[in-house]
Design a binder for this molecule. Structure first.
Ligand SMILES: Cc1cc2nc3c(=O)[nH]c(=O)nc-3n(C[C@H](O)[C@H](O)[C@H](O)COP(=O)(O)OP(=O)(O)OC[C@H]3O[C@@H](n4cnc5c(N)ncnc54)[C@H](O)[C@@H]3O)c2cc1C
Length: 463
């Protein structure tokens, strides 16, 4: 009998843990899997902790359910019956007051003229400019979302609809973000008019009404990590925390992975850690790949969770929250009225759970201390909502360099990276938010593909 092959996975976020689960499930006892995690806990950006007597997420609070990957993982982990979806409370955009986000949009791109014609968000001149979009010649030669949308619809649609919606998902400045990295937007550029393409896409979607757009486990997204960890361990995988990978070196057969605590032999490696920190440990293998990884940008955000006593919360604020367009932003980029958005986030005393986001690509906030951040958030909300609030409970979650920024031509850089490392170090693959899609479903999809590619590589090795 031949010795089992050794696979090392770097990073125990959702991408690393799902890679481990997939490898162990598909390889029985022919593969040994070790996950190395630098932090003292697993989960990466997924964290659910007690707040106001409930379990409230500190990072993501839901995943997209219109694509299959995260939903399938949740079912595989036995979470199917305990999933829930947001209420039908409406989200708004703040521009000198709250405006309902119009219907008939695709990630902010108008699918019908009425999406902007009747909205107070866009001025009469802005409406006229947007209305001529179907008559304009084709736009070519740009992978910047902002540049493309401005050329089609003018500045107001970009700044007051598209950028707030995309910016809130990616903590991005969509003028400096790759269109190819947002498939819903990229798919609208195949024909000359974005408005007509969006109209057709929405009409096609309406013929096949799908279920809710977002889903989450009732006890928080952290349930995914808890169950992944249990399953990986039960299948014989090893998850080691406090093991920061510092270098990978190539050996006659396979690799040695050096960490803050020791070293591990590997026949194949999945890099499921963010691009920038991965640059250092890849350098001994391939300086070009290390240089490329080092060039990735990551944006930092702060998420402040507050419990607002019922007596202070105005009854008129029934929506799920609001986004702030970049030109209107001071520090707050979005606020989620959590107890309106989620039926399971309602404390017994009737308090409102708020989650307020500060910072994005180009708007640094991490240098402020917690007291300052809380004061900035409360002052911005007073401006936006006209209410003085004194939270009964507050939690500040700092997410340093948490959102990878897919600059225009991101996928060309990724292809160069994978080509370079693939030649220098076969059997090493990437998975996770820095590479082929931000968000939990895209991380799960990449993890599945990384596990498949790893098993294919192991099959080529002689025993
Ligand atoms: C505030 C916030 C809100 C979000 N909201 C949503 C949402 O609503 N829906 C959604 O789908 N997505 C959301 N996201 C994005 C989503 O959470 C992430 O894209 C996803 O969790 C990333 O998973 P990952 O495994 O790729 O990376 P990570 O979770 O970043 O995990 C990578 C791991 O690698 C480890 N690591 C780094 N360097 C090393 C090293 N040298 N050695 C060993 N380990 C190392 C890190 O410690 C980390 O644990 C949000 C993110 C944030 C921050």
């Amino acid at each position: 009998m031949s010795e089992p092959r050794q696979v090392v996975i770097i990073g125990a976020g959702v991408a690393g843990l799902t890679s481990a689960l997939t490898l162990l499930t598909n390889s029985s006892d022919t593969v040994k899997v070790t996950v190395l995690e630098a932090a003292s806990t697993v989960g990466g950006q997924i964290r659910t902790t007690p707040f106001a007597g409930l379990s409230i997420d500190e990072g993501p609070d839901a995943f997209l359910a219109r694509v299959p990957w995260a939903t399938q993982l949740a079912s595989e982990l036995g979470l199917g019956a305990s999933m829930t979806s947001p209420t039908d409370a409406h989200a708004s955009i703040w521009h000198n007051g709250l405006h309902n986000i119009p219907g008939d949009l695709m990630l902010g791109v108008p699918a019908k003229v009425r999406a902007f014609a009747t909205s107070g968000l866009i001025s009469p001149l802005g409406k006229l400019r947007a209305a001529i979009e179907p008559l304009l010649p084709a736009t070519t030669d740009t992978d910047s979302i902002g540049e493309y949308v401005r050329s089609r619809f003018g500045n107001q649609i970009q700044e007051r609809l598209v950028d707030p919606l995309i910016g809130s998902i990616y903590a991005a400045d969509s003028d400096n973000f790759s269109m190819a990295a947002v498939p819903q937007i990229a798919s609208l550029t195949a024909s000359r008019s974005m408005l007509l393409a969006a109209g057709k896409a929405r009409a096609a979607a309406a013929k096949n009404p799908a279920g809710p757009i977002f889903a989450t486990p009732k006890r928080g997204i952290g349930a995914l990590i808890e169950l992944l960890t249990q399953r990986v361990t039960a299948l014989g995988g090893h998850i080691l925390t406090g093991e920061s990978v510092s270098a990978i070196e190539k050996e006659n057969t396979g690799y040695t992975v050096f960490t803050s605590r020791g070293q591990h032999r590997a026949d194949a490696i999945v890099i499921a850690s963010p691009a920038k920190p991965s640059s250092n440990f890849v350098r001994p293998l391939d300086t070009r790949a290390a240089d490329l990884l080092g060039q990735w940008s990551h944006a930092s955000v702060v998420l402040i969770t507050m419990a607002i006593p019922a007596s202070q919360w105005p009854a008129r604020l029934k929506g799920s929250g609001y986004l702030v367009p970049k030109p209107d932003q001071r520090w707050v980029s979005a606020a989620s009225f959590g107890s309106n958005k989620w039926a399971h986030w309602r404390p017994d005393d009737g308090s409102m759970i708020l989650r307020v986001s500060l910072g994005r690509d180009g708007l640094e906030v991490l240098h402020f201390d917690n007291d300052k951040l809380i004061n900035l958030a409360l002052a911005d909300m007073k401006l936006h909502l006209g209410v003085d609030m004194t939270p009964s409970e507050i939690r500040v979650s700092r997410w340093a360099e948490s959102f990878p920024q897919y600059r225009p031509h991101h996928f060309a850089r990724l292809a160069e990276l994978e080509h370079s490392l693939g030649s220098a170090a076969p059997g090493i693959v990437f998975a996770g938010a820095s590479y082929r899609g931000i968000g939990i479903p895209a991380c799960v999809q990449q993890a599945r593909a990384a596990a498949d590619a790893t098993l294919s590589h192991l099959a080529t090795l002689h025993s």
